[in-house]
Design a protein around this ligand. Structure first.
Ligand code: BT5
Length: 275
């Protein structure tokens, strides 16, 4: 393992969820940098109560504990840091054409999902053990060797998921991918701590995000709308232009949300930024 902040790698043959494990460790005072890797998860989680599927021994299921000393409004960039590090690591296997579907999916050129990122924070005072900044646990599931081909997929993921090995045309070494991921994450995690670094993360997100230029539907607590994603702000927010009355456009900046899957009706719970 690389001798950087991610040297403490804890491995599990089977666990409910590596994110759950690290959140509990964080509440007990664990420092930034602890990594949890599982061969299999019995309750791997996605966002909003969804689940993450991966058979034992095939894919990368990993979470990292970060404690960036940043405003709560910048913590979404922890997701960006891990997504960008994963793209770096996947590119190192020789696979090209992987991009970020805002905010937390890695997809191939056909829009099939290759990986998903889940960031979970605990801002309660108890989790800021010993005066450390509050934790954000960022987990990523990367389809490394599963699915081997389309026939591996359950019906609900048919045509929607793809693996690195499918794109590479050969099995991929999970351990090498983990080493590359943690090495690529070191400078990205360091970037979280400075304004210039955060601007770099947002700029790299802009370069690798294929959501910009597409039509999106946004569901907000006070109603939903369709608009066009026109950019990534310097803070890493998705900028969406919404048609307004009288032919004007209203510009909104979103820091979290869910874009519709390629062939699904749009549901997009979004959250407006504070400005
Ligand atoms: C995510 O959620 O994409 C975040 C997934 C994070 C998983 C990692 S694994 C290590 C760590 N420990 C955990 O417990 N979790 C993290 P979301 O955007 O909500 O997407 C979930 C949806 O993706 C599901 O409802 C399925 O439709 C789809 N899905 C599930 N498994 C998949 C897979 N292996 N490949 C592609 N899509 C999948």
């Amino acid at each position: 393992m690389p001798q950087n902040r991610f040297a403490d790698v804890r491995r599990f043959e089977s666990i409910d969820s590596t994110n759950r494990y690290l959140l509990d460790e964080a509440r007990a005072g664990a420092p930034e940098g602890v990594v949890a890797v599982a061969d299999h998860q019995t309750a791997g989680r996605g966002r909003l109560g969804r689940s993450w599927e991966a058979p034992a021994g095939a894919n990368l299921l990993v979470s990292v504990l970060l404690r960036p000393a940043i405003d709560p409004g910048d913590r979404h960039l922890a997701t960006t840091a891990v997504a960008l590090a994963a793209i770096d690591a996947i590119r190192a296997t020789g696979v090209a054409g992987v991009s970020i579907k805002w905010p937390n999916d890695l997809v191939d050129t056909a829009g099939r999902k290759l990986a998903g990122v889940l960031a979970e924070s605990d801002l309660a005072p108890a989790a800021a053990a010993d005066g450390q900044p509050p934790p954000v646990v960022v987990g990523i599931g990367i389809n490394v060797n599963w699915p081997a081909d389309e026939s591996d997929l359950p019906p609900e993921l048919a045509g929607l998921a793809v693996s690195v090995s499918q794109l590479a045309g050969a099995p991929v070494d999970r351990e090498a991918l983990l080493v590359d991921l943690l090495a690529a994450l070191e400078p990205r995690a360091a970037d979280l701590a400075s304004p210039a670094g955060r601007a770099r993360l947002a700029g790299d997100l802009r370069a690798d995000c294929t959501t910009v230029g597409t039509r999106v539907r946004v569901d907000l607590p006070d109603g939903s709308f369709e608009g066009t994603a026109t950019g990534i702000s310097p803070e890493g927010h998705l900028v969406v232009d919404k048609p307004a009355r009288g032919g004007d456009e209203e510009r909104m900046r979103l820091h979290q949300g869910k874009l519709p899957r390629r062939d699904h009706a749009a549901t997009f719970p979004g959250q407006r930024t504070g400005d």
